[in-house]
Design a protein around this ligand. Structure first.
Ligand code: ADP
Ligand code: UDP
Length: 236
């Protein structure tokens, strides 16, 4: 058993707490929701409880399939124990279908399927609004070594293969998602979360939105969508 200590970081949706073991943190999921880099704020009731459950389920599945993650164990409704990471300031986005910023940027119709997954990098910087970056920027800014970047891309594509199949079997289309990695004891681990906050999940076959776009675009039935995702994946 670890003891909970001081708050070390308060983000837009989660709070990280120290523990009596310097190798571990407690990741606490709140109901706070933001969009457009914090410009829109709100509460999604019970989101923290649902995202804790979904992340635990997905990270356990990924570990079983050979992806090392920071997840250790669920502690309570809103908290999980994780390995402390030195977060790589590169967010990896994997896209199977066009939606969101790529649709705007490249003038694509939302919903078209890509013939292969598209990988993008964003610089994790609230001040700069998370700009899109490439390998050269990552090298120049010293965000990750070429070896680390290669590892993260390979791992993210493997995560995509595992999750596409997993969601497909539950009648959900995995449109896109964002991953964060970090360093721990000389190894790169998948960190942060996997939840409807950082992914796009569409119901099959009607493409009903089951993710944070319901909040971003004021589509209503936000809590219900998160609950539905958990109903389909958490219970097993
Ligand atoms: P944001 O910082 O974007 O507002 P959150 O509210 O989700 O995001 O806060 C969680 C923060 O904790 C994120 O910045 C994330 O990079 C960081 N984080 C996630 N997992 C770990 C970990 N295992 N060790 C250290 N930091 C982590
Ligand atoms: N995403 C995220 N955090 C960010 C930016 C994007 O979790 O800071 C996720 C987002 O939920 C979506 C995917 O990454 O699942 C791709 O987002 P996109 O670039 O389309 O941006 P958006 O349309 O959200 O502005």
């Amino acid at each position: 058993m670890v003891e909970k200590r001081e708050k070390v970081y308060e983000g837009k949706a989660k709070v990280m707490f120290a523990t009596d073991n310097p190798d571990f943190l407690i990741q606490h999921f709140t109901d706070n929701a933001t969009a457009f880099n914090g410009k829109k704020k709100g509460i999604i009731k019970n989101k923290g409880i649902i995202n804790n459950k979904i992340t635990a389920k997905i990270f356990t599945l990924l570990e079983e399939n050979g992806i090392p993650t920071h997840f250790v164990e669920v502690l309570n409704d809103r908290e999980m124990l994780v390995k402390k990471l030195d977060i790589v300031k590169v967010e990896l986005v994997i896209r199977n279908y066009a939606a969101g910023s790529i649709a705007r940027r490249l003038g694509l119709e939302a919903g078209i399927e890509f013939p292969f997954p598209i990988v993008e990098y964003f610089y994790k910087s609230d001040e700069l609004d998370d700009p899109m970056i490439n390998d050269w920027h990552i090298k120049y800014l010293n965000l990750a070594t070429p070896e680390e970047l290669k590892y993260m891309v390979d791992a993210a594509l493997k995560v995509n293969d595992i999750l596409k199949k997993f969601f497909d079997e539950r009648n959900i289309k995995l449109i896109d998602f964002k991953l964060e990695f970090g360093r721990h004891d000389g190894q790169i681990l998948l960190g942060d979360e996997f939840a409807p906050d950082g992914s796009r999940l569409w119901n099959k076959p009607d493409d009903y939105v089951l993710d944070k776009d319901r909040f971003r675009k004021d589509l209503g039935f936000v809590e219900e969508a998160y609950e539905e995702v958990c109903r389909r994946i958490c219970g097993e």
